[in-house]
Design a protein. Structure first.
Length: 236
């Protein structure tokens, strides 16, 4: 494994804290978390945790994107989500005392904070506001997963791809202004694994969407030119 670079990132100074689970903490609790956690720079392609392993703590993304996926019986990845700044990974398996049901791998160079299991569970026990934020997050993710399963069952591959592009536009555009151009930077294989289709099918759809002037490609990067047209293609 490549050498890791460790940083000193304090929760109190984090620009993303308000949007994360840890945004519910008071100043004293934030200080306690800062003292307990470590912050590491991961290179692109490094795994934070593997499906089937026991959780030792939680990961909070300070910078970069992480793909969360399951492996099918054929060894093919099914990407569940693309996590971004302020997202916290690994806490549901820890609370349920299960093994990780998924794998988390960096899509680019990332800065990620790690809070050990014992310190996280103390927060769950000691902080009512954190406990409430945690339950809200779990319920929200269950709703998102339910909608995704429905879409996989009821929408065509073309419709799912249009939805995925709109979702990724929001994910990659979170730090920019509404008017700024957003480049989606994923491999064709990762895109296919998000949509749940073969790479060859996805490449054909990319060609179709370019012909319809819905998107533009620059190498492997994709720019959404017509969000309304994609929404129509997705039947939203």
């Amino acid at each position: 494994m490549p050498n890791k670079k460790y940083l000193d990132v304090r929760c109190e100074d984090c620009q993303f804290r308000r949007n994360s689970l840890f945004g519910a903490l008071c100043t004293e609790e934030s200080t306690r978390v800062s003292d307990a956690k470590s912050c590491t720079v991961y290179k692109k392609g490094q795994v934070l945790f593997h499906e089937g392993t026991r959780p030792l703590g939680v990961f909070c993304i300070y910078g970069g994107k992480v793909k969360v996926y399951k492996l099918g019986s054929d060894g093919k990845e099914q990407i569940i989500r693309i996590a971004r700044e302020s997202d916290v990974l690994g806490y549901k398996a820890m609370i349920s005392e299960d093994e990780y049901p998924v794998t988390a791998e960096t899509l680019e160079d990332c800065t990620i904070c790690f809070l050990p299991k014992s310190d996280f569970l103390h927060l769950v026990t000691d902080s009512p506001s954190f406990n409430k934020r945690l339950l809200q997050s779990i319920c929200h993710e269950l709703g998102v997963m339910s909608n995704k399963l429905t879409n996989l069952a009821q929408k065509s591959v073309r419709e799912r791809f249009a939805m995925a592009l709109l979702m990724l536009k929001d994910t990659y555009g979170i730090d920019g202004e509404e008017s700024e151009e957003v480049e989606i930077n994923l491999t064709r294989e990762d895109l296919a694994n998000i949509v749940g289709t073969a790479t060859e099918t996805l490449i054909r759809l990319l060609h179709d969407f370019k012909e319809e002037d819905l998107i533009e490609t620059r190498g492997r990067k994709i720019v959404v030119k017509n969000p309304r047209g994609l929404a129509k293609a997705a039947r939203l």
